[in-house]
Design a protein around this ligand. Structure first.
Ligand SMILES: *Cc1c(COP(=O)(O)O)cnc(C)c1O
Length: 371
């Protein structure tokens, strides 16, 4: 009997995306193995963090790295580190009280729920650009003040649509000695993104989730980049008593994430992408000819990641069923299947699916749509 059966929680087939609320991703065998091995001993946790980070930095062609308890935690820790560097007296002052503290500049079009992880340090989030049209270079220039701590940049095709190019932002900020932090939590693959934003485009830090495309432990994340900034994380993070003390990372998660990065940089990404394409194709073929249903391939996918997905538009009047009814029928059915809700229907993503699950998804979907 599985743990899920034993406690009465239904497992879900995930055709939506690598979502925290669905349990992140599925860890490959080598990741689980590494976690099991790490679990079998005590270790100096700071030594472990430094050793794992050094390996991750080398594998990703970065000066330095830090394993955090998720990308959101990395946003908090990096923000804290930018304020404190290695000064422990400053660490004690965080979070900063309300008032004219530091400003973190963010494109208005890139605001999202995760910038709470930045704001909780006590900095002001200052928007630039209109958010609904291309941002102009002068709008960034006009946003700098003596209080500017950093520019935060959220990558992905959708988030970058109205934004200045990252390379431009880096040049502009660096001309004033201001660092640029990139949140690329969900932007893997392509694997090159692990070094593209930092080594190639000059951003000071790039942040990734461990529990999304990397298929590492769900509660992990990575900050990659400049050593002088990452050194400042240690004084803020567990086991030190800074603002990051509650964002603890275990030796098992560190080992698991290292194994996930080792696997990911060695992976045959061409073959992975070919599998994604084949899965999307099987969705399109499986859904062909159902009245009220139009399915097509989209690339980049619905959330701007560089991989294909199947978008399934639903004509609710022909189907006699709303999109939400389709989504909830799939979720409450047997097996439970999660799909994404899109503007005119649903989308199906190959990335979170395990081999063979696409057939189950398509059969259930056909059953629901033909009802
Ligand atoms: C998922 C995500 C995060 C949070 O990542 P966790 O690893 O779950 O903490 C932060 N930023 C963006 C843009 C994300 O997509």
């Amino acid at each position: 009997m599985s743990i899920y059966e034993r406690i009465g929680v239904r497992p879900v087939i995930n055709a939506a995306t690598n979502l925290t609320r669905l349990g992140g991703s599925i860890m490959p065998t080598e990741v689980r193995q590494a976690m099991m091995e790490a679990a079998d001993s005590y270790v100096n946790i700071v030594d472990m963090q430094r050793a794992v980070s050094a390996r991750v930095a080398a594998l990703t062609h970065n000066e330095s790295a830090y394993v955090s308890s998720g990308a959101a935690a990395a946003l908090t820790l990096v923000t804290a580190a930018l304020i404190t560097a290695c000064d422990e007296a400053r660490v004690r002052r965080l979070p900063l009280p309300d008032g004219p503290n530091y400003d973190v500049l963010i494109h208005k079009s890139q605001r999202n729920g995760y910038d709470r992880a930045v704001a909780q340090v006590g900095v002001n989030i200052v928007e630039f650009g209109l958010g609904c049209s291309k941002t102009e270079a002068w709008e960034l220039e006009a946003a700098y003040t003596p209080r500017t701590l950093a520019v935060y940049y959220f990558t992905g095709a959708l988030k970058e649509k109205y934004a200045l190019p990252l390379g431009h932002v880096v040049k502009s900020a660096h001309a004033r000695g201001i660092p640029v932090v990139v949140d690329a939590a969900a932007q893997l693959p392509p694997v090159e993104n692990l070094w593209r934003y930092t080594r190639d485009l000059g951003a000071d830090i790039a942040i990734f989730s461990g529990g999304k495309g990397l298929c590492g432990p769900q509660p992990t994340g990575l900050a990659l980049g400049r050593k002088s900034i990452i050194d400042g994380i240690y004084v803020n993070a567990s086991p030190a008593h800074g603002i990051g003390r509650p964002m603890k990372v275990g030796k098992e998660e560190m080992a698991g994430l290292l194994a996930a990065v080792e696997r990911f940089v060695r992976l045959d990404h061409k073959a992975v992408m070919a599998r994604y394409e084949a899965v999307v194709q099987s969705f399109l073929e499986g859904l062909a000819g159902i009245p009220g249903v139009t399915a097509f391939r989209e690339f980049p996918n619905e959330s701007g990641q560089m991989m294909p997905c199947a978008v399934v538009n639903l004509d609710e009047s022909v189907l006699g069923m709303t999109r939400d009814a389709v989504v909830s029928a799939l979720l409450s059915g047997e097996p439970s299947i999660a799909v994404g809700a899109s503007h005119m229907g649903i989308y199906l993503n190959p990335q979170p699916l395990r081999d063979g699950e696409e057939g189950i998804v398509i059969e259930r979907l056909k059953e629901v749509l033909r009802r």
